[in-house]
Each structure stands twice: as C-alpha cells, then as structure tokens.
Design a protein around this ligand. Structure first.
Ligand SMILES: *Cc1c(COP(=O)(O)O)cnc(C)c1O
Length: 834
C-alpha cells in the first residue's frame, strides 16, 4: 500500500494550506514510493509523489462529503455515460482545492516547476469529444454547486487513441494511460457486481402463482469499481466518478476438469479481458459492434445494481426509489439502464410490471445529442436477444404496451395513419431494437442540448413523440466549466479578469459581465491584446516543439479544433485556405493580413474521408508553408493529438473560433463556448449553440455566414441541391476543386484526393453530392473571412469585440446548465458541509 505522511495528519482546509507540511509530504512520498531523495527522482516519480500528497488531502474531504450524504440522505443523480473525457486531474484538483498557487510556490522552493510536473500526467481520455467532455464538465459543476452525484462509466484500459501524423497521415497509437498507475483512483472490490450475458431464460410459477424468470446457461463477468474523486471548487465537497473494470468471475479452476466447465472458464476469462479493453473511437457514429453492446450492458448493469443496493441499505420501500435516485442517460449509449432497472425490480424485488414501470419511468431521463441518422443506435434483434435474453423480453413487453398506447390514442383520430405512427415510433421494428425510441417512451424527460437543437427535435426529428409526450421535452443548452477552461487554462486572462471585476466569476460566471465597461477602455484593450499575444507565444512555442513549424504570434490565429467529421466541415476551411493561397499567388501585391490556420482533429480510425481530409490539410500545409512566393503570409498547422490538455493551451491563444458546421447538424458544440470565454471571435453558421452565443454577444461581434438550419432541412427534404451549378459558375470554387485532382497538393499522386472531390461533386449522382453544403456555403464563408481580416486590422475594435465575448460568456457555464437540470429535471437539494 502506498501511504504518505499527510494521511496521518489532521485534515487541512484549503485556506490554511501548510506549505512546509506539503513539502515534507512530497519528500516522504518519493522516499517510500521509490526509495529516493527528491534530487534522484525523475519527473514521473515526482508527479506521482505530488499527486499522492494532494490525494491525501482530497481523501479527508471525500470522507466528510460521503458522511454528510449518508447522514442527510439527499436525492442523488447518477450521470450514466459511456464517456468521461476528464483530461488531467492534478492541476484541476489544485485549482478546485484553491491550492494551485501555494503548491506552485512550495514546489518552486523545492526547485520544481509545477507546469512540468503537470505535463507528466497522461490525459484520462475516456471519451471521444464533446459528449465525453460535457460529462466531465457536469461532474465539476455538480461538485462545485454541492449536489450529490455519481458519474458512472467504464474504466477503459485504453482510452482515445493517440494520434501521430506520419507523412501527413493520421496513425493511431494505443493510449496506455494506466501504464504508470493512477495516483488518484481507488479500487473498491467490496462493491463488485456480477453481470450476466447470454444463455436463455427459463420460466416457472412460484407458490403465489407468479411467473419467475431466471437466466440460465449464461457467462458472467465481475465488475469491479474504481472511484475517482471529483473535487468541488473551494467548498470541501468531493463527489465520485465510479468507473467499472472487468475481471473474470473466478480464477481458473484447473481442478474442475469437466470439459464444459473448462471451456466456460476460458470464455469468461476472455470476456472479462475484452470487455473494457478499449474505447470505441467513433464520434457521432454508430458502428453496431457486439462488443460495444456488451460494454454498455456491463457498466449499466453494475451501476443499476449498485444504485438499488445502496438505496436499499438505507430504505425499506423500493417503491419510493425515484424519490432518492435519478438516472440521467447521456445519449442512447446507456439506455439499456431502463430495461435493467425493470429487470432488477421485477426479478430481484418481485415487483409487478406496473409497479416496476412506475418507478422506472420516474427514474430515467434521456439526453439527445444528435439528429444524424448514422449516430442512432439500432441493434439487430438477433444480436440483442442472444446477448441479453432477459433484457430483450422486457424490451419486447415495453414495446407491446407502447404500441397499444399508440393504437388507443390514434385509432379513432381521422386522418391519422396508425400504421405509419407505429412504423416511426415502435421500439422494435424491422428486425431492430431502437434505443432512442425506448429512451423517450420509458423516461420522464427528453432534453436537447441547445435551443435550436431542441426545436428541431420537437418540430421535425421527434415530432411524433413530441405530439404524444409534449411535457417530457425540454432544452438544456450545454455549458463548460470556467474553472478548467479559464482559471486553469489561461492564468494570465483569469488574473486580469479578477483584477478588474473580482473573482466571483469563478463560481458565478455571469458576474464576468462586469467586464463590459472595459470593452471601450483603451488601456484595458491593450492589456487584453497583450495577454492574447503572450498566449499566442505560448502556443507558438508548443507548435515549434511539437510540429517543428515556426508561426508568427503577430498573425491572426484562426483555429478549428474538434473531432474530424464531414458535418463539421474542416474541408470547407481548408478549401478556403487553398483559395486564399491561389489569390496570393495571382496577386502577390495583395494587402493580406498574415494568418495562421490552426487545425487539430482526430478522425475515427475507419472514416475514410475524414482521414483523407487530415492528409489534405497536411499536404496544403507542406506546399503553403514552404512557398517563398507568399512570404509567410499564410501558415497552416495541424496540431497532432488534439486532446483536453493541449486544448487548454489552444483556446487561450485563439483569435478566431471556427464553428462552421452545416446548419442543423451540430447539436450544440461546446468548443465554441471555450473559445468565447477566452476572447476569440466566432466565425460560424447559425447552428447549435452558436445561435445563443451570437444572441448574447451581438452579431456585430461575430462573423456569421451560410445557410440556415431550415434552409438546409428544406433542401434535404427535396433531395439535396445541385453542386454542379456552383462548380460551373464560380471560378474560385472551380479552381480549388480542380486542384484536388490535378496534383497541386499531391504531386506524386494526382488521384489521391479524388474521393474528396467526388464527395463534393459526384457527377454520376448529383443528389448524393455535397450533402454537407460545402460548395453552397463557400462564397458566403469566403466573404465572412474577408470581414474577419478587415475587423482584425482595427485592433482597438477587435479588442473591444474580444472583451465583449469574454464578458458575455456568462450563460455558457456548465454551472448554469446543471442548475437547470436540477431545477427542471432532477429536483435535487444542495448539501452544505459545516
Ligand atoms: C470541448 C472539446 C471538444 C468538443 O468540441 P466541439 O467543437 O464542440 O466539437 C472535443 N474535444 C476536446 C478535447 C474538447 O475539449
């Protein structure tokens, strides 16, 4: 067991941080963990020693918090999510303990640099992108606001892959994040659960004449939880992220030489090994893999069992479960929780269907994250029923009863085609189990993640459901935590804000609006631009170290970082860079403000066009960055391995925030909010939360372009549009498209980018071409980019807009989002520690 000196001391409150004690505890930890003095320890060992010293302090608060929950017995939310994109813990924990600066000083006195120590920590990258990072921001806000909460997820052995760029191509490298051990986690074998897969269901009638269902001939896995502390900001609260590891139920029993047993033991061992091995690297895309469904049921069954057992440890009436527990389902990935809760209530607690249904529908709430068809989870009946035979029976019964409801509601309504209603809304249809439909039918809340997205759900995508259950639908516009994305990520700006308006913004972001009075203040503008410049220097250094490219921090930093996806339209951005390059080549005298186009994006490993877009960006970078004719006026940089920790450096340094998704496709976006908070101006479409960002800051402080969501939807409902018309009439577009197939950026292989060309202009089938309206929006985008350049030339006015972006970002804190979930969905009470 790893133990350190602070563990035996009394808990120390954040205010009275004892530097000397902390220094002794680091030295002690290095000694007991590694038998070394500080001078002998390497950087990773020092990181471990510092982390254990901090963990000791966290544990005290963690115990106090859990004791208070035990005593006050408040209602709890279980935030169920396949993904938690946590990033690094050490710096964030120090921030939330209000100990960052004293610890940095203490370490400096030991001759150590906290920033370098932080860099030793691997990101906990247990998520793909926005959805996983949202879950992480929500946990931070829940703890900071003092709400009792558990995050429930999977302890993947390998998180999101590391991206390397070789010869311009993405190469995926396994992310062995647990290699050096994880100082903050706690293994809790006493809460292990058994999860059953496969076999068959037998029915017999008990002495009361009730049908009893038992799963037999199954394989099982032991789910063992690991707990992570989630530290609230300055309030002593520590909540828990509980992620499940898989172990074989029993070790190999070599003495049990029955052939069947031996075979089964091997299979169970393999199941346990595989199940938590790796995060699926698809963002907004459903792959339909059997192992994925196993992962879902694995962590859900364990979490639901634990939630019920925990409740029953303190209460005797299971019927009131929903008064103390609520499940928030982060997308459809955890929706099997609905059937699992029904199963536990009926099979383990002997409730009737009606009793179990009443509890389940008052416990479960669902968040919809996308309207894109390729993201909707639909499991083939064969697979679902083979893997989860008892769960499938329950889903069938939910479906049977729901179809009766539809028939009852619509059979006598003139003009309504009941069969059509059933076709659209049934949970099981056409040989598939539709998880979104189950989530809507079986819960008490369905929420979208930005106002526009919720409107599209209600009026188009989920119109039939909205008609049946209007009271269930609601909007919760996403948010981000300012503790990580300003206080930790951008200390210069954070200190500047605090110097002007005080530090209330740290827990009450709308207070940052008091900065508005400085937007017109020349001195404030200069200070702001100076801080931005220093952050650009920091990023330039990172780029030089990691990419070997020199960029000028006086150029405009125009940034698009997010997952690579056709709907996010990185292709539009790079085609426009190609166009600017053409202009500069043709008109070398052009008065062009130097611009650095910065990209960062991981593509799903099997997503051909996405990976080819990365290659295109790097190929354009190669040509443009090395062409002396343009005199360094355009630089293109692709930052390798975009993740939470380098994101923090990137947002702080951005001038322009590229949020250019095809309108209607980006449900919310949260990257847009992080940029705004750091004073970047949005260049974007009226999509997702961009709509609300512009509403807050004013259209004159953003650059909006392109089709509206309704225009896109109208085109889609009429079979698309004809990109050939644009190709034939717009010479700028025609030129960049020809460059995709004439070897300008692929001298050795002119056909290399043909698939991208075809995706925009498939001459065989125009209806299927440019489904993301890239060519349609190109001209409007290029014009908006001209406005960006003109605006940046007026530095004072730019600074004013940037300051206004910071001061109008108050709405986009995840503290506000969580408060709305609490008030309008969960109805939790705050717990205050004495
Ligand atoms: C915020 C964030 C995202 C989400 O970005 P969007 O632009 O909203 O897609 C993805 N990845 C990381 C690392 C993030 O921090």
């Amino acid at each position: 067991m790893k133990k350190s000196v602070a563990a035996s001391e009394k808990p120390v409150k954040a205010k009275e941080f004892d530097k000397e004690l902390f220094k002794r505890s680091v030295e002690y930890n290095v000694r007991t963990l590694y038998r070394k003095n500080l001078e002998e320890a390497d950087a990773q060992q020092i990181f471990q020693a510092v982390s254990y010293a901090i963990k000791d302090r966290i544990v005290e608060n963690w115990m106090e918090t859990q004791k208070a929950y035990e005593k006050e017995d408040p209602k709890m939310v279980y935030y169920m999510s396949m993904e938690f994109l946590m990033g690094r813990a050490l710096g964030n924990n120090l921030i939330n303990l209000k100990a960052y600066k004293p610890v940095a000083e203490a370490l400096e006195e030991l001759g150590l640099d906290l920033n370098l120590i932080e860099d030793q920590e691997p990101d906990a990258a247990l998520g793909n992108g926005g959805l996983g990072r949202l879950a992480a921001c929500f946990l931070d806000s829940l703890a900071t606001l003092g709400y009792p909460a558990y995050g429930c997820g999977i302890r993947y052995r390998y998180g999101m892959f590391k991206q390397e760029i070789r010869d311009g191509y993405q190469v995926e490298v396994p992310d062995n994040w647990l290699m050096n051990g994880n100082p903050f986690e706690l293994r809790r074998p006493e809460y292990a659960k058994i999860v059953k897969f496969g076999g068959y269901v037998s029915v017999h009638t008990d002495e009361n004449g009730r049908n009893v269902f038992t799963q037999e001939g199954y394989q099982s896995v032991k789910a063992v939880p690991f707990d992570f502390p989630i530290v609230g900001y300055g309030n002593g609260i520590v909540n828990t992220l509980r992620i499940w590891d898989a172990e074989p139920v029993e070790c190999f029993q070599l003495d049990s030489f029955d052939k069947g047993d031996y075979q089964k033991a091997v299979e169970q061992e393999n199941l346990a090994r595989n199940i938590v091995e790796v995060l699926y690297p698809n963002d907004n895309h459903y792959a339909g893999k059997e192992l994925r469904l196993k992962q879902q049921y694995f962590f859900i069954s364990a979490s639901v069992q634990e939630a019920v057992e925990k409740y029953m440890r303190k209460h005797d009436d299971i019927h009131k479960f929903y008064e103390k527990v609520t499940f928030q389902l982060n997308d459809t990935h955890p929706t099997v929780a609905i059937a699992e809760l029904m199963r536990v209530l009926m099979d383990d607690y002997y409730l009737t269907w009606e009793e179990a249904w009443e509890i389940t529908t008052k416990t479960c709430a669902y968040t919809n994250h996308t309207i894109m068809a390729e993201a909707l989870e639909k499991w083939p009946i064969e697979l679902f029923s083979r893997l989860l035979p008892r769960i499938y029976q329950i889903v069938e019964e939910i479906n049977r009863r729901f179809i009766l409801d539809i028939q009852q509601k619509y059979s006598n309504v003139p003009g309504v085609d009941v069969q059509e209603k059933i076709r659209k809304m049934a949970i099981i249809y056409d040989g598939q189990v539709k998880m979104a439909n189950m989530a809507i039918v079986s819960g008490y809340s369905v929420n979208g993640v930005a106002r526009l997205h919720t409107e599209i759900l209600e009026k188009q995508e989920l119109k039939d459901f909205y008609e049946m259950f209007p009271e269930r639908f609601n909007n919760k516009t996403n948010g981000i935590t300012q503790r990580r994305f300003l206080l930790h990520a951008n200390p210069l700006l954070a200190d500047w804000v605090t110097a002007h308006v005080g530090d209330d913004w740290i827990t009450d972001l709308p207070q940052i609006s008091r900065l508005k009075v400085y937007a017109d203040d020349k001195k404030a503008q200069q200070e702001f631009m100076n801080i931005k410049y220093q952050n650009k220097v920091r990023l330039a250094k990172y780029i030089l170290e990691h990419n070997g490219i020199e960029v000028d921090p006086r150029s405009i930093f125009d940034v698009q970082v997010k997952r690579l996806h056709e709907y996010k339209r990185q292709l539009l951005n790079i085609l426009h860079v190609m166009h600017l390059y053409n202009e500069l080549k043709e008109h070398p005298e052009l008065d062009f403000y130097p611009r650095t186009f910065i990209f960062g994006a991981k593509a799903a490993a099997g997503y051909r066009n996405a990976k080819l877009t990365i290659k295109l960006i790097n190929s354009v970078a190669d040509v443009v960055n090395n062409d002396p004719a343009i005199n360094g006026k355009i630089k293109v940089v692709f930052i390798e391995n975009y993740n939470v920790s380098n994101a923090e450096i990137i947002f702080a340094a951005a001038d322009v925030s590229e949020q250019i998704s095809t309108a209607s496709k980006e449900a919310s976006g949260t990257g847009n909010m992080k940029f705004m908070l750091n004073g970047a101006l949005t260049l974007g479409t009226m999509d997702g939360a961009n709509v609300e960002i512009v509403e807050e800051v004013g259209e004159e402080n953003a650059f909006i372009f392109g089709l509206s969501a309704q225009e896109v939807i109208n085109y889609e409902n009429h079979g698309g549009y004809d990109p050939m018309e644009i190709f034939n009439n717009d010479q700028d577009v025609r030129k960049v498209l020809m460059q995709l197939i004439n070897g300008t950026f692929a001298p050795g292989d002119p056909e290399l980018f043909r698939p991208l060309y075809n995706s925009l202009l498939n001459t065989q089938c125009t209806a299927k071409a440019d489904t993301y309206f890239i060519l349609k929006d190109f001209k409007s985008y290029a014009e908006a980019q001209k406005r960006v350049e003109a605006a940046y030339r007026d530095e004072d006015n730019w600074a004013k807009s940037a300051i206004l972006n910071v001061s109008c970002s108050g709405k986009f804190t995840s503290d506000r989002t969580i408060q709305q979930y609490v008030d309008e969905i969960w109805h939790l009470d705050k717990v205050v520690l004495k």
